[in-house]
Design a protein around this ligand. Structure first.
Ligand SMILES: Cc1ncc(COP(=O)(O)O)c(C=O)c1O
Length: 402
C-alpha cells in the first residue's frame, strides 16, 4: 500500500490503527500452496491466534484455508466466520478435558498433546478420531519464548514416550488419524525443519490409521532489512519429495498439513501511530507515540525489531530516534533507529504488524485497544471499532462501600 493511502486511512479512522492488506495475505497463501503443489492433498490450517478478526478469518476461508485453533473461543470465532467444524483443528495445551470434550462434540478435529488427556479422552470417546502432537525435541525457533520443540518445553508428547502412547491407543482402542508437531516460530534453517520432519515420519510409522501429518509452522518472515526468511520454495521441493516417498512406503495417500500464522499475515499488517511528543534528552531523541506495549508487545516480549517508517515525511533527512510509547512503563519500540526526520503530528507505520500484534493487545493503563481496517479490493473496510470507555467499564461491578 502507498504511504498516501495509509495517511488517508489514518485520517479517516484515527490512530493508533491496525491496517491489513488482503492482497498480501492472498499472495503469501498462494506462495505457500504453490511451493507444495507437488503434494496431492495439501491442507493449510491458518493459525487463528496470529490475527483473529472474523473478517480476516472469512478472507482466509475465501482463499481456501482451514484453521488451527488453540481455545474454544477461537473455535467459536472460526464457526462464526463460516468454517465447517471439519475445517477446524483444535491444538490446545494444558486445557481441561471438559473443554476438549465440548470442542470434539462440535465435530472439530482434536489434537492432544499430553498422555493424561489422551488416556482419558480415548477411554471416553474411542471412536472420535484424534491427532497426537509429538515433541520431536528439536531446538528450533527464534526467541526462547517461541521455541517449543525442545526437551524442556511444555508442548507435545515426547518422542521418547511413543511406547506409552501406543499402549494407551491399544488399551482404549482409540482412533488416531493424525500426527502433528510444531517446534517453534521463526525457524531460520530449513534443515532443522527437515530434520524434525524425519522424526515425525519415523513416529508416523507406528500408527496404521493416519489420514494426515501436520508439520505445524514456524516459518520465519523478514522483520527488518537484511533479515533472513524461511526459503519456503526450497522447503516445498525438499519436503514434498520426502512426503510423497513416505506416503508410498506407508501405502496410502495422506494429507500434508501446515498451520502458518506469521507467514500468512505478518507482512500484510501495518500499525499506524501518531507522534505526540519529540523529546530531546542529553543523549537521546525520543519520538513518543500514541501507543505502547499495550498495543504492540512483541518488541518488549520477544525483542522483535519492527521496521518503522515515517510515512508523513518518507524522504526527509534521516536522524536517530528512540521510538517509545505513552504508557507508564518502559515500552521501547526501537532504540536509536535511523528514521526519516520526525516532527510532532507525524504518522509512523510499523511494518510486519499483522501477526501477534492486535491479538496480543491489552487495556493496560486503561487505554482503548485500537481499531482495525482491512484493505480489500482497493477500499478500506473498518473491521473492528476502536474501543470506548464502555468497553473498559462494561464488566466491572461497582460495589457500595460503606
Ligand atoms: C501449535 C501452533 N501452530 C502454529 C503456530 C503458528 O506459528 P507461526 O506464527 O510461527 O506460523 C503456533 C504459534 O505459536 C502454534 O503454537
Amino acid at each position: 500500500m502507498q504511504n498516501n493511502q495509509l495517511l488517508e486511512i489514518a485520517k479517516e479512522f484515527g490512530s493508533p490503527l491496525y491496517v491489513y492488506n488482503a492482497e498480501t495475505i492472498s499472495y503469501q497463501y498462494k506462495r505457500l500452496t504453490s511451493a507444495f503443489k507437488g503434494v496431492k492433498n495439501l491442507r493449510i490450517n491458518y493459525a487463528v491466534k496470529a490475527l483473529s478478526n472474523v473478517s480476516v478469518l472469512k478472507f482466509m476461508k475465501k482463499l481456501g484455508s482451514n484453521i488451527d485453533t488453540v481455545s474454544i473461543q477461537e473455535v467459536q470465532l472460526g464457526l462464526k466466520a463460516g468454517f465447517e467444524p471439519e475445517q477446524i483443528i483444535f491444538t490446545p495445551n494444558g486445557v481441561s478435558l471438559q473443554e476438549i470434550e465440548t470442542v470434539a462434540k462440535l465435530g472439530v478435529q482434536i489434537n492432544i498433546d499430553n498422555l493424561s488427556i489422551l488416556e482419558q479422552f480415548g477411554t471416553a470417546y474411542p471412536k472420535t478420531p484424534v491427532c497426537i502432537r509429538i515433541n520431536p525435541h528439536v531446538m528450533a525457533g527464534g526467541n526462547t519464548n517461541i521455541s517449543v520443540g525442545h526437551i524442556d518445553s511444555k508442548f507435545g508428547i515426547s518422542i521418547h514416550q511413543i511406547p506409552h502412547i501406543l499402549r494407551i491407543v491399544e488399551n482404549t482402542n482409540m482412533h488416531i488419524n493424525g500426527i502433528h508437531m510444531h517446534t517453534g516460530s521463526d525457524i531460520l534453517d530449513i534443515d532443522v525443519f527437515l530434520y524434525a520432519s524425519e522424526i515425525l515420519f519415523e513416529t508416523a510409522k507406528n500408527f496404521k490409521t493416519l489420514e494426515f501429518i501436520d508439520f505445524g509452522s514456524g516459518f520465519k518472515v523478514p522483520y527488518k532489512q537484511g533479515d533472513i526468511e524461511t526459503n519456503i520454495e526450497e522447503l516445498g521441493v525438499k519436503l514434498t519429495k520426502r512426503f510423497n516417498a513416505f506416503c508410498k512406503a506407508y501405502g496410502r495417500e495422506l494429507t500434508l498439513a501446515f498451520e502458518p500464522g506469521k507467514f500468512l499475515v505478518s507482512e500484510a499488517g501495518q500499525f499506524l501511530v501518531h507522534v505526540n511528543v519529540i523529546k530531546q534528552t542529553t543523549s537521546t531523541v525520543f519520538a513518543q507515540v500514541d501507543s505502547g506495549f499495550n498495543h504492540l508487545i512483541r518488541p518488549m516480549l520477544y525483542g522483535a525489531q519492527h521496521d518503522i517508517v515515517n510515512i508523513s515525511n518518507p524522504n526527509g533527512r534521516e536522524r536517530f530516534y528512540s521510538v517509545v510509547g505513552y504508557i507508564c512503563e518502559t515500552d521501547t519500540f526501537a532504540n536509536n533507529r535511523r528514521i526519516s526526520e520526525i516532527n510532532e503530528g507525524d504518522i509512523l507505520a510499523f511494518k510486519n504488524a499483522g501477526a501477534y500484534c492486535y491479538s496480543m493487545a491489552s487495556n493496560y493503563n486503561s487505554r482503548y485497544r485500537p481499531a482495525e481496517v482491512l484493505w480489500y479490493k482497493d477500499k478500506a473496510h473498518l473491521i473492528r471499532k476502536r474501543e470506548t470507555f464502555d468497553d473498559i467499564i462494561n464488566n466491572q461491578i461497582e460495589i457500595v462501600l460503606d
